[in-house]
Design a protein around this ligand. Sequence first.
Ligand code: ADP
Ligand code: MG
Length: 298
Amino acid sequence: ATMPPLLSAMANAGRHGVLVKSAVVMERLGQVDAVALDKTGTLTEGTPRVTDVGPFPGTGLDDEELLLRAAAAEAPSEHPLARAIVTAAREQGLEIRPVVDFGSTPGVGVKATLDGRLVEVGAPARLLRGADDAASARAAALAGELEEGGRTAVLVILDGAPVGVLGIADRLRPDAAATVTSLASLAGTAPVLLTGDNPRAAARLAAEAGIEDVRAGLLPEDKVRAVRELETAGRRVMVVGDGVNDAPALAAAHTGVAMGRAGSDLALETADAVIVRDELATVPAVIALSRRARKLVV
Ligand code: ADP
Ligand code: MG
């Protein structure tokens, strides 16, 4: 017997490296007319590297001690920035000691207790919110310098006092710009970038990828709001993301697509389709497959 078009399209998507979870999803993929892309791990390779380690003067910490504390607090996290920090510490031969009371807030950062001291690591703009002391002002200025250079700045706070910043850089995926172009022509609207990262790093990366509409500094619920706004305007929105922070937007979207290789478990479970082969260019390919199958169905 010949397979129904949507089922054979699913099998075909599988050969392209995309796991489409149902025939209904296979059909919906072709209806998409707006695309929202996450930055870290989606538009970028998702294997960022620590490029700068900057303990603040007067804190008594050197580079290794700063990195060590940040890595210990980040060790339980699956965030790409966390993995970058842990990798940097390991490469320096630092021993990462276990922490207690670990907690993470998507789009913000992590906290944990190491040797009885509270370590917080995360987005400077979020962690410094409301603080107006001199140490916080200096921390914000140093983070701003790193961000100006296209880095993601990560702030380290020890027992409530900012003690240093780390600079982290990630590369655009090689197929990002071409994918943005194909998605724009398939969807009929230019893709938008939704990111929790700082506006400066986001703008720089978006320019490289050919994206003009950039919304930065978003919390998970802000990503959902952005998707709902597009849907209220009559769009059927595809969200492509990888993180725990993307899960609510993946769920709210008309079609949610997760990056499989380094994607968080929550994103993979929530998404309607999973990119297994880790190539962004498979996204326009499956939209095209869906359109072809739907022509055969109707
Ligand atoms: P994106 O939307 O680009 O994938 P996220 O929402 O995951 O980014 O993260 C947004 C910002 O929150 C990061 O740029 C970083 O500043 C901060 N952040 C989130 N998780 C962590 C973490 N585990 N360690 C350090 N910073 C983090
Ligand atoms: Mg991400």
